[in-house]
Design a protein around this ligand. Structure first.
Ligand code: 6R9
Length: 649
């Protein structure tokens, strides 16, 4: 039997205590599809509404009128749902367990403490002129203040835009300007794997860029105590301003369709897109999936090892778990620091029941061999989860056997920044697992496969993954650019949401995501548009032309492979490679570091001048035998040169 055919059946013991067994999953799924209005009206009751919704779903994917609304006459506050409503029953229960980069550093906030501190911060934001509908940009380390800042915004109806701390000043500036944020919240430095990253210095640099004068105040958390420049009148210490506030701050009642946050993500073309998520539907989807997919049981410690700068951190470190009154662990560091066994040690230290991480992290641990987990027992673990990219069956089995002691189901969860929450994943008490498959759709999700002409494929098939109807957590638009939203997601296959992913469905109806079919690459679970990296490169004076593709990488899933054509007066050299690498890191951020640069005297193009990326991808992957049809190339000899000089051997 090949790894791909292995099945891990649901254990009866697990199913007996789970939120959903086979029967329940099937009946709830069927109801969600047959009667979405009734199903979601019922589910919405898990949230506390200041005005209960009577209008449930209103959505059309029609390309000339994409319009998505859920619970549109309902009113609620996301922060209230994550904190206030738990105070009576769970006031003293840990809400956030924070584990610092240094293993001797950890801290716990009960729901009561988190509520008080978040309310103070909300008042501090008000004192800086932030009100309902304003945007606030967060550029923060993985510290509890990051979650508080998100929740404090939600409390007063402000819209947060979290920018991952690994982005460069330019990338940050671009996002601040697009969102028009008056306030930026940051820290002096972040600390990861013992290294300090100068966040405040990056903010200072970002705020010298054009258009950033909209920023009025910068609120600075003291994390490392490292030295920073101070801009009198603009910069405000977090502890000074927040400490002096009252911890009484009423939660602003918001319409279900008021924006909760913007989150930027990369697409195949142009600038990053600010996906707009709204309050009611998003929170419901995050909470419901958190309960059912992770089978979260009262009192358990749950750990999502993502960064709050990504959608996974939004939905599954902050909103989903806290809305459910769960204890959510937040980890500042990196899995391999100070030793490769750290993940297991954190699990033992805090008695973690559920671990949600990425294939990249798993493969990096796996490279150390089975003994890497010898410093821990991980006996508290009950369930494992994976997200961000396809997980290869070998990594799945290793995760199951070594980290999970062969006793924990693994939920492989497929979803996107755009979907707000998990879309395809097994409910662990209900669905037999096949390593490498995200398995079956969540309640209310209608996946389908289409061919390139848009015809729906039936049965076992391979095609482009689309979703046929709306679900509550769906992004409503791209910030200030609805036209681009429609163009990006609803024009390729009119009437359907196009995910950008390729997918296979097997004879049992299981979904196997095969990866992006557009010009987006997924490096260590981080999404990047090849166009963004290309435009950064061509801005360098030596570069005449550049093409960027992904190639298979053992640990990262995909690596970044760059073909560069130099201007006439420049010569290839190792120094220049280093310089271009630094250039991209500085321009976009370390996550966009090129793995391989190949000098290309010219690039393969069609007669109409289009770069043939298909060919470049094959060369980068070392698959030069099956290059396919090259007859449309303007100059086929270009390809031979690239093959002979390929840099990835
Ligand atoms: C949540 C998140 C989305 C893209 C998505 C797909 C890939 C995510 C996956 C997966 C296979 C999984 N992806 N989860 N591919 N199996 N379980 O990662 O959001 O950063 O927007 O990335 O990631 O290609 O389209 P985001």
């Amino acid at each position: 039997m090949t790894e791909q055919q292995k099945v891990h059946p649901v254990s009866e013991e697990f199913a007996a205590n789970a939120w959903a067994d086979k029967e329940k999953y099937l009946s709830m799924y069927q109801q969600s599809v047959d009667d979405p209005q009734g199903f979601w009206a019922e589910q919405a009751k898990r949230l506390d509404w200041s005005k209960a919704p009577t209008q449930i779903k209103h959505a059309t994917f029609d390309a000339d009128n994409v319009d998505i609304r859920w619970f549109e006459d309902g009113e609620l506050n996301a922060c209230y749902n994550c904190l206030d409503r738990h105070l009576e029953r769970r006031g003293d229960q840990p809400a956030i367990i924070w584990e610092g980069d240094d293993p001797s550093d950890s801290k716990t906030y009960s729901f009561r403490e988190l509520h008080a501190r978040t309310s103070q911060l909300a008042n501090a934001l008000k004192s800086m002129g932030v009100g309902k509908g304003d945007t606030v940009t967060l550029y923060m380390p993985m510290v509890p203040e990051a979650s508080m800042a998100m929740l404090a915004c939600a409390r007063i109806g402000a819209i947060h835009s979290v920018v991952f701390g690994g982005f460069s000043p330019d990338a940050l500036a671009q996002r601040v300007v697009d969102a028009q944020s008056k306030v930026v919240i940051t820290a002096d430095e972040s600390i990861r794997g013992g290294k300090h990253v100068p966040l405040k210095e990056n903010v200072d640099a970002a705020l010298t860029r054009e258009g950033t004068d909209v920023v009025d105040k910068v609120l600075v958390v003291k994390r490392s105590g490292g030295e920073i420049d101070w801009h009198e009148g603009r910069d405000v210490w977090f502890h000074e301003r927040v400490d002096e506030q009252s911890s009484d701050c009423p939660a602003e009642p918001m319409n279900a369709e008021d924006p909760l946050f913007i989150l930027y993500t990369s697409g195949s073309t142009g600038q990053p897109k600010g996906l707009k998520h709204t309050t009611g539907g998003y929170l419901l989807h995050a909470a419901l999936t958190h309960q059912y997919v992770f089978d979260y049981q009262e009192g358990e410690v749950y750990w999502c090892a993502a960064d709050v700068g990504w959608i996974t951190g939004h939905s599954y470190i902050v909103y989903g778990p806290l809305a459910n009154g769960a204890t959510t662990l937040m980890f500042e560091g990196v899995p391999s620091y100070p030793t490769p066994g750290r993940i297991g040690e954190v699990i033992d230290k805090h008695h973690v029941s559920i671990l949600y991480t990425s294939p990249t992290a798993i493969r990096a641990l796996m490279a150390h061999g089975d003994t890497v987990m010898d410093s821990s027992t991980r006996n508290s673990l009950r369930l494992l989860g994976s997200v961000g990219e396809p997980i290869n069956p070998e990594a799945w089995e290793w995760f199951h056997r070594v980290i999970g002691n062969s006793k924990c189901p693994i939920v492989d969860t497929w979803w996107q920044t755009e979907t707000g929450g998990i879309m395809i994943a097994p409910l662990p008490g209900a669905v037999d697992l096949k390593p490498g498959s995200a398995t079956r759709p969540f309640f209310g999700v209608l996946p389908a496969l289409v061919d390139n002409e848009g015809n729906i494929l039936e049965g076992a098939s391979n095609g482009n993954l689309v979703i046929l109807d709306s679900w509550p957590g769906q992004a409503r638009s791209i910030w200030q650019n609805h036209e681009r939203f429609v163009q990006t997601y609803f024009s390729a296959y009119p009437g359907k949401y196009f995910t950008g992913d390729g997918c296979r469905r097997d004879e049992d109806g299981y979904y196997w995501i095969t990866g992006r079919v557009d010009d987006v690459i997924n490096v260590s679970g981080h999404r990047m548009g090849t166009a963004e990296i290309e435009s950064s490169l061509v801005a360098h004076q030596a570069v005449a032309e550049a093409a960027v593709v992904g190639y298979p990488h053992d640990i990262k899933g995909q690596g970044i492979y760059i073909y560069v054509t130099l201007g006439d007066e420049y010569e290839p050299s190792d120094e220049l490679k280093k310089e271009l690498t630094q250039w991209v890191r500085k321009d976009i951020g370390p996550i966009a570091s090129p793995d391989v640069i190949q000098w290309a005297p010219s690039l393969p193009k069609t007669r109409s001048g289009k770069i043939m990326r298909r060919i470049l991808r094959k060369i980068a992957a070392n698959e030069t035998d099956g290059l396919g049809d090259t007859s449309t190339l303007a100059d086929p000899s270009v390809v031979q040169d690239l093959i002979e000089n390929r840099a990835n051997r």
